[in-house]
Write a protein that binds this ligand. Sequence first.
Ligand SMILES: [Zn+2]
Length: 229
Amino acid sequence: MIKYLVASIISFVAVICGLLMHTELFYSFTVSSPTDNPTINWIIDAGHGGEDGGAISITGVPESGINLQIAKKIDYLFGFLGEPTLMLRNEDVSLYDDSATTIREKKVSDLHYRTEITNHNQNATLLSIHQNTFSQPEYSGTQVFYAPTDGSQTLAEQLQCDIQTYLQPNNQRYAKLIYETVYLMNHIDNRAVLLECGFISNPQEEKILQETDYQIKFAMVVTSSCLKQ
Ligand SMILES: [Zn+2]
């Protein structure tokens, strides 16, 4: 029964998205703003931005733009389903303060800002959106990482399972604890997961990760999976 309900909701949302994706309306429903808000349920972090493009794809596309496109679709779907969200960035910008001058200072300032805003919304779950790369192009598939905080592993395992079930049947990956070197995920108390949505070093995956239809499907699986928790 619940599966049928979720499928019906997803179908309905798919139709609405299909109608809106070709208009300016698609992105005009974003409900979040970068301010403190105790009612926020989901913080959506489009990784990198501005001068920090993150990983570069096999055709020269920075991951920051793909991250933002997917993050906006997740934000839109949560908004549509009545879930209050906060996007840490809505544009192709780096979030450093004016005192930062060197690239290193700007990167540190950006991560501190993201961490501070996340910690100010302790009841919200952080979804950090990134793309993966590897030296060998054959590697592909989403991998979900979790923060060392309450509830994060369970959510990551749910996401990894649903992405494999509904989108990537050949994906054999497991949800993993985030590396200690990832600053944001290791300096917050929130429930938090980081999604490496796919490998932009893999030619086929790099292509579909930039396709609107695939991004919508991915965002739908992520939002419906999160709402099971
Ligand atoms: Zn990244």
